[in-house]
Design a protein around this ligand. Structure first.
Ligand SMILES: Cc1cc2nc3c(=O)[nH]c(=O)nc-3n(C[C@H](O)[C@H](O)[C@H](O)COP(=O)(O)OP(=O)(O)OC[C@H]3O[C@@H](n4cnc5c(N)ncnc54)[C@H](O)[C@@H]3O)c2cc1C
Length: 407
């Protein structure tokens, strides 16, 4: 069973990141939202504070399990979800904008050859400027239906030519390299999928528009365009042999495996925003009460605050459980989807309730609560929509029932 007691090291990390979020992220948050960008000075502050996605494990669960094999504490997914919650409490756009391989990291770790891992991760050792990786799966006509991607990869001498458009790619416009999912032939379904790393600057690879968003406005989300973009054989992730087995679905599997390790991080981001909104509502209501303003609905408001707090804690427990299973190298797709669906859904409701509870008719809403209300909307959508998470959970449930009755 998961140990829900934070170790003293975890407590120190949480306290340090909370202080950083409070003093360096929150004060920049509203301005960054207005500019739809992160203030450039933030990256030197981040570097001095020694915070990067290196705190996050690149490859949770990817090493073969060994008896008594405890992951190093700073590399556990559990530490990462703790960091994700604290930094998102400050501002989730800043959390998404941390330098590092980001969502592109897990596929390179999962199936990259030793040479590819070394080559693609080397750039993050350079501290001269922030470096980013990205993960490009979504297309204008293929979001939830990831098997329906249409970006083509055509085999040519020495490598492949990629043609297609990817959309809504986090850190897409500034990434040093992007993990791109493409198909040899859509008719082949999942067996036709191949995964590449495409470096910025390759001929035929360009950044399209940067998406204008309702929330998480300061995070970079871009369209990427590939037009006959040549990538050498060495950039096929895992090498040709990885896909050689007949009807191999390896290209597709790595896309899904990425989500198993990143959904707990996204759930933790939602917990961080929901916690921030619940705390802010408490503060505003306390100040109004202390100032003696009439609060005829006071009892109902207190119950509302208590209810929010309870749901934040429940969402955190589900998130921790999925991280615990990943660290213990146990199957956790279902737990990760459950945590993501629950935390995302509850956080959307909590941010709405916080805004409603604190609204005085005729007054402007609190700017932070208004911002989080916009930011949280996407948590029901990206890395798999709430409906899709429920399908994953339901399928696993039926698998279990089937196993019990011997189907
Ligand atoms: C801020 C942001 C960052 C993102 N970052 C990335 C990134 O870095 N890389 C990347 O590849 N993508 C990224 N995405 C894309 C994101 O993962 C997709 O938006 C998401 O998968 C949903 O796809 P869609 O928008 O095409 O919606 P659709 O798939 O068209 O879904 C529309 C609606 O239909 C429902 N639906 C669809 N299929 C089913 C089904 N089978 N059963 C029941 N309901 C269903 C959905 O739940 C949803 O409500 C990002 C998106 C945003 C907004």
């Amino acid at each position: 069973m998961p140990d829900f007691q934070e170790s003293s090291k975890e407590q120190t990390i949480r306290a340090y990141l909370h202080y950083f979020a409070e003093t360096e992220i929150r004060p920049r948050s509203l301005e960054a939202d207005r500019m739809a960008d992160i203030q450039p000075d933030f990256y030197s502050v981040l570097d001095r504070a020694g915070i990067s996605t290196e705190m996050m494990p690149r490859d949770p669960g990817s090493r073969p399990a060994q008896t008594g094999d405890a992951p190093r504490e700073h590399q556990t997914l559990r530490t990462a979800v703790l960091a994700s919650e604290e930094l998102s409490w400050g501002d989730a756009s800043f959390m998404l904008s941390l330098p590092g391989p980001g969502l592109g990291g897990p596929p390179v770790s999962f199936i990259g050859t030793p040479e590819q891992r070394e080559r693609f991760f080397a750039v993050f050792q350079d501290r001269g400027r922030p470096h980013f990786g990205a993960y490009a799966l979504t297309e204008p006509e293929a979001g939830s239906d990831v098997a329906g991607i249409r970006t083509r990869c055509e085999e040519v001498e020495g490598g492949f030519r990629i043609t297609g458009t990817k959309t809504f790619i986090t850190n897409g416009s500034r990434a040093d390299w992007v993990v791109v999912f493409a198909t040899l032939d859509p008719e082949l379904g999942r067996a036709g999928h191949r995964t590449f790393v495409v470096e910025r600057g390759r001929e035929g690879f360009s950044v399209g528009r940067r998406h204008h968003k309702l929330g998480l406005r300061a995070s970079d989300t871009a369209e990427l365009v590939f037009q006959d973009c040549f990538v050498p054989e060495e950039n096929l992730l895992g090498g040709r042999r990885h896909y050689e087995r007949q009807q191999s679905k390896e290209g597709f599997k790595v896309a899904m495996a990425t989500f198993d390790s990143t959904r707990p991080l996204v759930a933790a981001m939602a917990v961080g925003i929901a916690r921030a909104a619940a705390e802010r509502a408490r503060e505003l209501i306390r100040d109004r009460y202390m100032l003696g303003r009439a609060l005829p609905r006071y009892r109902a408001i207190l119950e509302g605050l208590d209810d929010m707090d309870r749901r934040v804690r429940a969402a955190r427990l589900l998130t921790w459980k999925s991280a615990y299973l990943a660290d213990a190298r146990q199957p956790q797709s279902r737990a990760a989807s459950m945590a993501k669906a629950y935390a995302g859904g509850q956080a959307v409701q909590i941010c709405r309730e916080a805004l409603e509870l604190t609204a005085d008719s005729g007054e402007e809403p609190d700017p932070l609560l208004e911002k989080w209300f916009r930011d949280i909307r996407v948590f029901d959508l990206f890395e798999g929509t709430a409906q899709v998470q429920r399908l994953v959970v339901a399928r696993r449930l039926f698998d279990e029932i089937g196993a019990k009755v011997g189907l």
